[in-house]
Design a protein around this ligand. Structure first.
Ligand SMILES: NC(=O)c1ccc[n+]([C@@H]2O[C@H](COP(=O)([O-])OP(=O)(O)OC[C@H]3O[C@@H](n4cnc5c(N)ncnc54)[C@H](OP(=O)(O)O)[C@@H]3O)[C@@H](O)[C@H]2O)c1
Length: 265
């Protein structure tokens, strides 16, 4: 069936994992797309896949390393140059690194903070200003259950996700009298390439990972309803809930267990 165009969704981290499945949902629903990630070949392959499967009218590929300062502004300028209004912004691209805080190179922390925090702040501010002019728009930010859990051996990543959740909640309040919504997608461990890249593939967390397509679907539905938070999936709902009320000392102790090697394998 011919899908009807509904506007443009820009998805960072579109080529893999949760972002990939979110992108497919937008394509299926007839959104024009702007796809952002570092690897141009993966974006081109995805663009061809979507064009052959769905009747998406316009797919724009913007290969960009968002951990480089100001790369987010270059993405914004590229969409402006091409006359694209972004109606939905999905800040999905994110990375982590397992290890004791002192063992990880500072340059890795710069990469994590630049990508998980600064690029999100910059993209959000730039596109939000346009959304405010139109008084319409939706933003989906990828937080994590780690946002509720100071996580030993994943300390900087977890702190970056706490930042995203806090930022999103503050924006929800600032935007309460507008037609712009901000939704935080809060996944538990999810089966994607994230674990390999973060040296987490043998951890307890990896062994309990959820299906990425299911996580994306729950995020997508919450975004479209303008919900503030969605913990995905229900499997980690109780863990998220207790993490918000338990003292951080106990939450950290629990979180550390998920970061340990899974000895059952
Ligand atoms: N997997 C989990 O357990 C889990 C749980 C909670 C939250 N999350 C969050 O969900 C989001 C997506 O993660 P995922 O699990 O789907 O990871 P993934 O499968 O590793 O996908 C990451 C995506 O981000 C892109 N990316 C990575 N570094 C980038 C950079 N410097 N600039 C631009 N794009 C970049 C990757 O493409 P390129 O490599 O080509 O750039 C890829 O498209 C992240 O924010 C993550 O923190 C994941």
């Amino acid at each position: 069936m011919e899908s009807v165009n509904k506007g443009t969704a820009l998805i960072t981290g579109a080529s893999s994992g949760i972002g990939y499945h979110l992108t497919r949902l937008f394509a299926k629903d007839g959104y024009d797309l702007v796809l952002v990630a570092r690897t141009a070949e993966n974006l081109s392959r995805l663009s061809e896949e979507l064009a052959s499967e769905f009747s998406t009218r316009r797919i724009t590929v913007v290969p960009k390393d968002l951990s480089i300062p100001n790369a987010a502004a270059e993405v914004y300028q590229e969409t402006k140059k091409q006359g694209i209004d972004v109606n939905i912004l999905v800040n999905d691209a994110g990375i982590g690194q397992r290890g004791f805080f002192w063992d990880i190179d500072f340059s890795k922390y710069q990469e994590i903070i630049n990508l998980n925090i600064l690029a999100v702040v910059q993209l959000t501010q730039l596109y939000l200003n346009d959304m405010r002019e139109r008084n319409e728009g939706r933003i989906l930010n990828l937080a994590s259950i780690a946002a509720y859990q100071p996580t030993p051996m994943l300390a900087v990543y977890a702190a970056s996700k706490a930042f995203i959740l806090s930022l999103s909640d503050a924006l929800i309040n600032e935007l309460k009298d507008t037609n712009i919504t901000v939704t935080s997608l809060i996944p538990g461990p999810t089966d994607t390439d994230f674990f390999n890249k973060a040296d987490m593939e043998h951890t307890v967390a990896a062994s309990m990972a959820d299906d990425a397509e299911k996580v994306a679907k729950e995020g997508y539905e919450a975004l479209m309803k303008g919900e503030h938070h969605v913990v995905a999936t229900a499997k980690v709902g109780a863990q998220a809930a207790i993490s918000t009320v338990m003292p951080n000392e106990l939450v950290s102790k629990m979180a550390r267990k998920y970061m340990e090697e899974d000895k059952s394998k």
